[in-house]
Each structure stands twice: as C-alpha cells, then as structure tokens.
Design a protein around this ligand. Structure first.
Ligand SMILES: Nc1ncnc2c1ncn2[C@@H]1O[C@H](COP(=O)(O)OP(=O)(O)OP(=O)(O)O)[C@@H](O)[C@H]1O
Length: 767
C-alpha cells in the first residue's frame, strides 16, 4: 500500500488555499494512502503525470483542482510518496523542472536543489559561470536565481519561501547558529575565496557532493553563500554555512553532520524510500487520515518532529551535572527545547520520580500543558506536573494549613496600613521595600534589614531609625495577613520553603522552568527547595529581553549554580527578519543582561531568522476614532489576504483599550472576540480575531499582530512606574519592563505586524 509523507516546506502554501481547495487536497492525499499503486497511478481525477522527458523522472504532478497542482516525489523503489509542493497550476511544472532530489551520500537525507540555477552558476548550459555578486543574488545572466525562482509563484509578497525547519536561512541577518568560534578557529581566506581553507576531501567527508563542491569554490563571502541558500541542497548548505562562519571541520562534523546521519549503516544513493523516512528535519510521514489533516492544518507542529541540532543536543543530552540554562531572543525555540527536555526527563525517571514543568502565569502553564500533551504519550504525561510556581507553593502550604488562600490585593493592604498609621512614606515605597528588598532578598530579621548592604541598589537612603520604622510597618502588615490566612505570593513561598525544608522526601526529581525571566526570587526559592541538588535538577529557559515584571534575580545567591551550563539559542523560527529588525529598535540595541546574573551581559552574536516577509506597517492617526477605523481596515485586508481570523490578534495596553477595540471591530462587522489566553486555546474553533492585552499575548504567537494605541500616554503607563524621586533604579526597571512589554507584543507576530497610535507616539517606538 502506498505511504504518504509531507515535506514541511510546502505547509505554508497550504495557508494560501481556499477551503474547497483544501478539502480537495485532503481527499487527494487520502487516495495516496487508500488505493493500490496501480489504481492510484491510473486515477482519472488525480491525473498523476511525469515531467517532460529529460527532467527528474521521480517527480510527478497531480491535480488538486482546476487551478492548483500538487508536486510530489514518487520513488521508483518503495511506495512512499513525498508531497513536496503545492503550486498554482500554471507555474507548477516550471518550478518542478528546475528541481532535483538526491540522497546525501554521507547524511543519508533527502535533499532538494535547484539544479538549473546551480548548473548555470557553474557555467553549465546557458550559464555564465559567475556566482551572484554583492548582496543576495538577484539574477545570474538572464536566469532568475534561487531567491526568486524558489519563491512561491502567485505568492503575494510574503516574499521568500518559508524555509522548512532546519533549512537554510532566507533572511539576510547575520547568521550565527553556533556560539562564535574562538578567534583562532577563524582563518580569513587569503585568496578571497570562502572555502579555500577546506580541502575537497574534508568537504566530501562532510557530505558535500562533487557538484556543490565545484560550485562553492567560487563563493567569496558568507552573504553570497547565503543568497544561494534556496538553491542548494538543504543539509549541504548547513555544512557550508557553518564552515563559512569559521568553525572547524571537526566541529561541523560533530554538530551538523553526525546528528543527521543514520544511527546504523548508510542509506544507498538510490534508496529514496529510506532517505525520505530518514529526513526527520523536513519530512513528516503520516500514518492516518487524521494525521494528514493535522499536518496540513498546522496542528502537527514541526517542532514535534524536528529540532535544530543545537536544540536537540540540549533537550536530549543524557545528563547535565547541575542546573542548566537556555537563553535566546524571542522565537528561538526555548519553550520547544524545554518541552523536549521534559520528555527526555520523564522518559528516564527513577522509580517514584516526578517532573515539574512550571512558568509564571496560568495562561503560560495552560499553553505548556497543551503542547506537552501533543508531545508525550498520556502515560508519560502523568508523571509531569504542569503548574505555576504560585500553585505549587499553595499546594505545599495547604498540605499543612488547608485553610490558607493566596492573596492578590497585597498593595491595597499596605495602602490601608499606611493611611491608618499616617506613615511618612508613599505606599509604593513601602510595598517596594517589601517586594524588592525584604522578600526578594529573603531578609527575615530586623538585624538583617539593618545590615549595611541589605538595601544595596536602592537610591532612597534610609537611616537606622527609618529602617526600624519601615521594618515595623512591613512586619505589622505581614502579621495581619497571616492572621487572615490569606497570604501574598511572596509570603506563601517563604512558608512553602520552610515546609519543604523539613521534608525528608522532596516532591520532584527534576524541575523545568519556562519564561524564567519573570519569576520573583521568592518563587525561585520554592523551586530550589522542591528538588534535591544534583544532576538534571533544574533546566531553565528564559530571555531577559522579555522581562515584563520587575523582578531581577541572582541565580548564584539562590543556590542555582549554572556555571558552564549556559547555552544561547540563536535561530529564530517564528518571526520574519523584517519584523525582528524593527522590534530590535524598541530595545535600542542596548546590551541584554544574562538571565539570573544582572552583573553580566549576554554574549554578543546575531540572531538568524528563518523567515522573511513584509516590513512592519506603522500608522500615526490624528485621533482615536481614526486609529480605530484604520485598524478595522487593516484587519479586513488581512482577512481578505486569507489569514484566518483566529490567526490575527489585536493587542492593546489596558483592559479598557482592549474592550473598546473589540466593540469597534464588531460594530464594523468584523468577527472579534476578547481573548483570555487562560480560557481559550489559540487553535480552538472559534473563528474570531483575538483582541487582548499586551500581557495576554505573552508566550503566544499569531500570523498577524496589530498593536493598538502605542501612544505616549499608554506606553509607558505611568501609574505602573515607580517615580524617579522615590527610587531612581526602580523607576528605570519599571520603564524597562514596559518597554519589554511592547517588545514582547510585537515579537508574537509571525508574518505581519501593524503598529498604530494617535497623538504623540510612545517614546518606545523606533520611529
Ligand atoms: N526546530 C524547530 N523547527 C520548527 N519550528 C520550530 C523549531 N523550534 C521552534 N520552532 C517554532 O518557533 C516558534 C517559537 O518557538 P518557541 O515558542 O519555543 O520559542 P521561544 O524562544 O520560547 O519564544 P519566546 O521567548 O518568544 O516565547 C514556534 O512556532 C515553534 O513551533
């Protein structure tokens, strides 16, 4: 019986099909699984056809509808069909005749190349033998070169093809898949040719075949190589790119070639069937009709089957000798790595062991739980708790004090106390001393608070008498909260740590933390106390660029010793290069501090984008009604472009703005629903444009994001910012958190970003 496999590179095209065409495609793909080979090839509706003589004999086209054609690889050996592209009927054959598929001689993977473009570049028939000059190539001789020829015909400017996971970058951002090599490893080519320092023998051992070897000999710069990415066989391009960055042959072999090689044996050059199944990076073999639908509808996320070698190394490393940390900008797959790490840990649990997967908010935890359920079989999920750190602390405390509840109005309690006792300090000051000094630093006694360095970093000085008064006020408020049995999170965690410290058995064998940048030190202490120190005790993923709550922590002081186990991720899989370039401006290019160590900055090195697309759109309206009108038109145009309503999210700074946006969109007959991330899955059936706050989009992603009312009086929202007079450092930290909030909102966009304001624009906007 024939088998169907799907090349992930064609999935974005599926988004462009209208509903009837999608249904026809699904019906066609079912036939590939259900009919015998002969019946399939003779099927009158499918009209499976080879290409004109002389072209790759394994490529066939088939009819999806009158206007759409599927392109597939139909091996002569075996019965596995690989769906490789979906194209408008009049361009499918043109595209297909340029392509050739081969089995990589060393890696055993199936690779595709634009054979026509490479042949012409190497001086073949019709070619001028020259590699494209300067920037990413535009044309070679009279022939459109890869970047152009591989772009989906009929595409409407989402520009370059969406590269498959692991496929070469199509963006022009500097690329750095590995940490920068030691300077001694980089030898600038003396001849001006990029690969002069690598012998043919080494290239061959790295899986670079004779045609690509000859081609790459004339390449002079990494940018030039980069421009050829869409034409080159995918895995060979990865090898060349790593070499071009100055990495040693040995390292490229270990990190690019070995992870792709079959564990046992080799794949024969003509064994396409095995090669298709072995190309885990790009190919999904589907087993039933339901899976086909899931894959095509994007439910079967690529990250479930493919991890970049760096991601895989971190997720599936047999053991870390202590806490390990994964950092990296937005969309670099930190959550994906954390989820796979949970899989690895849960599959290797000691008897009676449990894994904790945790994050900051209920919404994030919900989304982690959903994803984990997709990745792990149910019997393994049972060994994993997915809860917020606050819920963990509450559960621990409740085992001993069942009547205790979590309090969320702590600032109000401080406000009442300050008013009743006519304290000389504003409530924000008191609350901040409680949150950022006393509980953050774990100070439990007056002596501790009087210690000279207890308030290091605070800019409002307090003499000893003043400190006594502040301490007395804070202690009184805490005592009142304890009496009421409603504890604020900070005190709840302190109690949880005390209880855990008395237990002989700790609840978890491993703790995995996502969005770690937002946790308060009190929450970290609970996590530290919930797992015994030792190998694989903590796996931490986060990004300080995205810190939207005012917490700074020192892992070292919390007993979380990361040294030597900190790993940056640098390939962005979510956001287009254009969007990421613009959003970088929100952060003003300042150095990013290390997660868990604010005294150090992250090592430099650019992020590489896998996707490319239109520039972000900006609009400054004269007033709010005009801004709302423009927003409605923008959303309408996205819908007309075929973006599903649920793939569009409008986000605003406050609940009030959010509500006003939702009702205005509805009043203009647009399907809009207020989105509470905790209650809705982003893939649920409701066909509405999501409208939510900027906090609500944290950790999520959408094809199109509109940021509404990025005006000076909403961003920063000054009533959430400590005044500079009260504490200069806290003032700056609060402003930074709001800047990050805008950054987080914008970096949720996969393809389209629209930012609007009225009146004075927010000072955070890079205009
Ligand atoms: N190896 C991969 N192959 C394909 N897609 C991937 C891969 N890794 C991550 N992705 C995709 O990239 C997107 C971002 O991944 P993820 O949410 O893990 O990133 P993140 O670093 O946690 O992002 P953020 O910090 O912005 O929340 C997701 O759509 C994910 O499915």
């Amino acid at each position: 019986m024939p088998q169907l496999a799907i090349d992930a590179t064609c999935l974005p095209q599926y988004d462009k099909l209208d509903k009837p065409t999608r249904e026809r495609l699904l019906a066609a793909t079912r036939k590939f699984r259900e009919l015998s080979l002969d019946a399939l090839l003779a099927h009158p509706d499918l009209r499976i056809r080879p290409l004109p003589a002389g072209q790759d004999p394994r490529i066939r086209t088939f009819r999806i509808s009158d206007s759409w054609t599927g392109v597939m690889l139909a091996p002569e050996s075996g019965e596995t069909f690989l769906l490789i592209h979906l194209l408008p009927r009049d361009s499918a054959e043109d595209w297909a005749v340029d392509q050739r598929h081969d089995v990589n001689p060393v890696m055993g993977t199936l690779e595709r190349r634009d054979a026509t473009a490479l042949e012409q570049a190497s001086g073949g028939p019709g070619g001028d033998g020259s590699a494209p000059a300067g920037e990413a190539p535009a044309r070679v001789g009279a022939t459109a070169v890869p970047a152009a020829s591989a772009a989906p015909p009929g595409g409407e400017g989402t520009a370059a093809p969406r590269a498959a996971p692991g496929e070469p970058a199509v963006s022009s951002r500097a690329s750095a898949p590995f940490p920068p090599p030691p300077s001694s490893a980089v030898s600038a080519p003396s001849s001006g040719l990029l690969f002069d320092r690598v012998s043919d023998r080494d290239l061959e051992r790295l899986g670079v075949d004779p045609e690509v070897r000859e081609f790459c000999r004339s390449i002079t710069t990494a940018d030039e190589l980069h421009g050829w990415a869409p034409a080159l066989p995918q895995d060979q391009y990865e090898v060349l790119r790593a070499l071009a960055e100055g990495h040693s042959v040995q390292r490229v072999r270990d990190e690019v070639v070995v992870p792709r090689r079959p564990v046992v044996g080799a794949v024969a050059a003509d064994d396409y069937d095995t090669a298709i199944r072995h190309t885990r990076e790009r190919v999904i073999v589907v087993n039933d009709n339901r899976e086909i639908e899931d894959v095509l509808a994007g439910e079967f996320n690529a990250w479930r089957i493919y991890l970049h070698p760096m991601q895989r190394d971190l997720a599936y490393r047999p053991r870390f000798n202590g806490p390990a940390k994964v950092s990296g900008g937005p969309g670099t797959g930190k959550t994906v790595v954390a989820l796979h790490r949970v899989k690895h840990l849960a599959e290797h649990l000691p008897l009676g062991g449990r894994v904790l997967l945790t994050s900051f908010t209920n919404a994030l935890v919900e989304s982690l739980r959903r994803n984990l359920e997709m990745l792990l079989p149910p019997e393994v999920v049972e060994d994993v708790d997915v809860v917020t750190t606050d819920k963990l602390a509450l559960d621990v405390v409740k085992e001993v004090h069942p009547e205790v509840r979590l309090r969320t109005d702590t600032r109000g309690v401080f406000a009442n106390y300050a008013k009743q006792h006519r304290l000389p300090w504003p409530v924000d000051f008191l609350f901040s001393e409680y949150r950022h000094v006393v509980t953050a630093r774990g100070i439990t006694t007056l002596e501790g608070y009087l210690a000279p360095d207890a308030r290091a970093g605070r800019t409002t000085p307090l003499n000893a008498d003043q400190r006594r008064e502040v301490w007395h006020a804070i202690s009184s408020v805490r005592a009142a909260m304890r009496t009421s049995r409603r504890l604020p999170a900070e005190d709840l965690h302190a109690e949880a740590v005390r209880i855990l410290g008395e237990r002989s058995e700790l609840p978890y064998s491993n703790v995995v933390v996502d969005e770690a940048q937002d946790l308060h030190p009190a929450q970290w202490r609970t996590l530290r106390a919930a797992v015994a120190r030792g190998p694989d005790d903590m796996f931490i993923a986060g990004d300080n660029r995205q810190r939207i709550y005012d917490n700074t922590v020192s892992f070292k002081q919390l007993g979380i010793e990361i040294v030597g186990r900190s790993f940056p991720l640098r390939v962005n899989y979510r956001t287009t290069e254009q969007i990421l370039d613009w959003t970088d401006g929100i952060l003003r290019g300042g150095p990013v501090t290390e997660l868990g160590d604010s005294s150090a900055t992250e090592p430099g090195g650019a992020m590489r984008c896998v996707l490319s697309g239109p520039e972000p759109e900006l609009y400054g309206a004269p007033d709010e009604p005009a801004e709302l009108d423009a927003l409605a038109e923008r959303v309408r145009a996205w819908l007309a472009d075929g973006i599903a309503p649920a793939d569009i999210c409008v986000t605003a700074r406050t609940n009030k703005l959010r509500d006003s946006v939702a009702s205005h969109l509805r009043a203009r007959s647009l399907p809009a629903a207020i989105f509470h991330p905790r209650e809705h899955s982003i893939t649920d059936a409701a066909q509405s444009v999501r409208v939510t706050t900027m906090h609500g989009v944290k950790g999520l992603e959408f094809r199109a994001i509109a940021v509404f009312a990025a005006t000076a009086d909403a961003l920063p929202q000054l009533d959430r910012v400590t005044s500079a007079a009260l504490d200069e450092n806290q003032h700056q930290a609060d402003l930074d958190a709001q800047r990050s909030l805008l950054y987080v909102a914008c970096t949720r966009a996969r393809e389209r970003l629209y930012v609007s304001w009225h009146g004075t624009p927010s000072p955070f906007l890079p205009l």
